[in-house]
Write a protein that binds this ligand. Sequence first.
Ligand code: HEC
Ligand code: HEC
Ligand code: HEC
Ligand code: HEC
Ligand code: HEC
Length: 214
Amino acid sequence: MAVIFPRWSNWIFPIVFGLVGPVVTVAVISGVWYWVSPEFTDVGYQPEQPVAYSHKLHAGELGIDCRYCHNTVEQGAAAAVPPPATCMNCHKVIKADSEKLTLVREAAAGGDALVWNRVHLFPDYAYFDHSVHVSATIGCVECHGRVDQMVKVTQAEPLSMRFCLACHKDPGPNLRPHSELTNMAWTPEDSPEFDPHASGRFPDPPQHCGGCHR
Ligand code: HEC
Ligand code: HEC
Ligand code: HEC
Ligand code: HEC
Ligand code: HEC
């Protein structure tokens, strides 16, 4: 009988499945991992919103402080998104008949709730608390970028483990005077007299796994 497969061909299958296979698999998985990892996908995420509310107009041009609307950032883990009543403080007078505000007026009058689409999708297995960061005088801009220039909110930073740890290893350069927490344009040159050690307690953010994975 003719030899169809030469003796050396016995090695092809082990090589293909034992060596090439895993190498290709690892390459594909790490390629996909990179593309779907938050480092890559979340930055720039900008969902549509039911109402054309603009941070550029309200926080930027009108200069309304972030905490007027996100009023729990200093006390709570989450930064509350304002109810329609907060909008109506102004809009029952300003642009009171605007079509762009129809959903806000209806919700404030007890109609269908106004449901904003989440911009930041943070995993359940990691723990985050706004109040700790705000009281340690980390400005909103460090994690959210120039929201005051955004017509529609976009995720500006990856909020990945690497991003969190980069600051936790060396928080000093990111601290600022308490009065500048929501000032998006602040730079250290604006407060040459500021000394982060003056408060007597220099922050010591957790770097151990249990600090963020509880
Ligand atoms: C007049 C009220 C108001 C003010 C002032 C305001 N915001 Fe907002 N903010 C909202 C509303 C309403 C939403 C939800 C709709 C949206 O995403 O645009 C929101 C959404 C956000 C989000 C996205 C939340 C998510 O879904 O993940 C961030 C981040 C944010 N605001 C930061 C800020 C910062 C920083 C400031 C100050 C520079 C600020 N906001 C000032 C009303 C306000
Ligand atoms: C150290 C980083 C950091 C700082 C500083 C920070 N945020 Fe956030 N913010 C986050 C993360 C992370 C999330 C997503 C949290 C989640 O989904 O549980 C978030 C989510 C939000 C949301 C959506 C609602 C929520 O709490 O999930 C709003 C609104 C918001 N931030 C506003 C602010 C404002 C206003 C400030 C400044 C006073 C601020 N943030 C400072 C990291 C930060
Ligand atoms: C401190 C007052 C104030 C608050 C609070 C406020 N706004 Fe406004 N808003 C304004 C002003 C001023 C304008 C600009 C009006 C103009 O163009 O003459 C405006 C404009 C708007 C417009 C554009 C309306 C149009 O017809 O062009 C929308 C939409 C809007 N706001 C949504 C909201 C939403 C949603 C909230 C609550 C999350 C809110 N605003 C909270 C003062 C406020
Ligand atoms: C720009 C700097 C900075 C960034 C970015 C940052 N942190 Fe922090 N973090 C701090 C500081 C400062 C503290 C306060 C430490 C203290 O008070 O001793 C802190 C404290 C914490 C704590 C301890 C809270 C507690 O209750 O003890 C957790 C958990 C935490 N951060 C999680 C995160 C996560 C998750 C991220 C990424 C989404 C993040 N941080 C991003 C600076 C930062
Ligand atoms: C400063 C906060 C912080 C600390 C400390 C921290 N992590 Fe994370 N970790 C995160 C955040 C935030 C994410 C989610 C990032 C994302 O959106 O995927 C994460 C994600 C992860 C993941 C999921 C895979 C990935 O990369 O997305 C693993 C596994 C993990 N962490 C393990 C650890 C281990 C092990 C340690 C201790 C050596 C640790 N973490 C310390 C914040 C932290």
